[in-house]
Design a protein around this ligand. Structure first.
Ligand SMILES: Nc1ncnc2c1ncn2[C@@H]1O[C@H](COP(=O)(O)OP(=O)(O)OP(=O)(O)O)[C@@H](O)[C@H]1O
Ligand SMILES: [Mg+2]
Length: 250
């Protein structure tokens, strides 16, 4: 594996309690990695440690061989690490297209695109996420699933090499999840490494070749979904017996 991102003993404490506690693993270029675990396991905090929102209390984050620990979020983004937020944060006074143009202009390229190119880029990303027909609507007119798509589009428009997605499929129905899965596959096929935090196991099994399970801030398991989701410790800590029985039945 050619490691693109390396987490070494990543630790983040809140008031003495470790939300992320000595997490070590690497992500290879071109992977789609699932990150799962119970509520409060530290998934979002880990993502915030990678994207520069939090300063680490211990450990290191290395991007393409160099440490990025301590960099401001916008610097991390410009290195090519894009992300979405679990609580979506669109610019509500702007149209769908303008939101994505803002992402394109922010962009990770050394040379920022001109405005015309940014609009072109925005439209191709909107096509990719299935929002092209809604480009001229104000964000306030979007449904929740469309807002999630927009959140992904905004992040993709920055041209990330690595995209961190935090529960972009939460609250979607089964048909919407299928669409969202297609969207993630399309982004991945365009050459982007993807880290996907999700509670929906169908999503994890559907797109991830590898899953990391977090529990109380630590890595509980790391491997292919068919192994990890059958791991007794993962069933105990997270999936529960009902899921395990269903899995055995299938
Ligand atoms: N800013 C903060 N200040 C204090 N404690 C925090 C903060 N952010 C997270 N925590 C705590 O850190 C732990 C990990 O939270 P985190 O949000 O990373 O979990 P998560 O795995 O993303 O959960 P969920 O699946 O519910 O999104 C929790 O105990 C949470 O209460
Ligand atoms: Mg979270």
């Amino acid at each position: 594996m050619d490691p693109q991102l390396e987490l070494k003993n990543v630790t983040k404490r809140f008031g003495g309690v470790a939300a992320v506690d000595g997490v070590t693993f690497a992500i290879g270029k071109g992977e789609i990695l699932g990150v799962i675990g119970p509520n409060g396991a530290g998934k979002t905090t880990l993502l915030n440690c990678i994207s520069g929102v939090y300063r680490l209390d211990d450990g290191d984050v290395r991007w393409q061989g160099a440490s990025i620990a301590g960099l401001a979020p916008f610097r991390v983004a410009r290195l090519g690490i894009g992300r979405t937020f679990q609580i979506v944060k669109p610019f509500t006074s702007m149209t769908v297209r303008e939101n994505v143009v803002a992402g394109a202009l922010f962009g990770s390229d050394e040379e920022r695109p001109r405005l015309g190119a940014a609009f072109g880029r925005a439209d191709s990303v909107l096509e990719l996420v299935g929002l092209r027909s809604k480009a001229d609507l104000p964000v306030s007119a979007l449904t929740i699933p469309d807002r999630k798509r927009l959140e992904v589009a905004r992040a993709v428009a920055t041209r990330p090499k690595l995209l961190l997605l935090d529960e972009v499929m939460a609250g979607l129905n089964s048909v919407e999840i299928d669409d969202a899965l297609e969207m993630v596959r399309a982004v991945h096929e365009s050459g982007v490494t993807v880290v996907l935090i999700e509670h929906v196991m169908r999503v994890i099994v559907g797109v991830c070749a590898r899953v990391v399970v977090l529990d109380v801030g630590r890595v509980l398991a790391d491997g292919p979904p068919d192994v990890v989701l059958r791991d007794e410790r993962v069933i105990q800590a997270y999936l529960g017996e009902r899921y395990a029985r269903r899995l055995r039945g299938s």
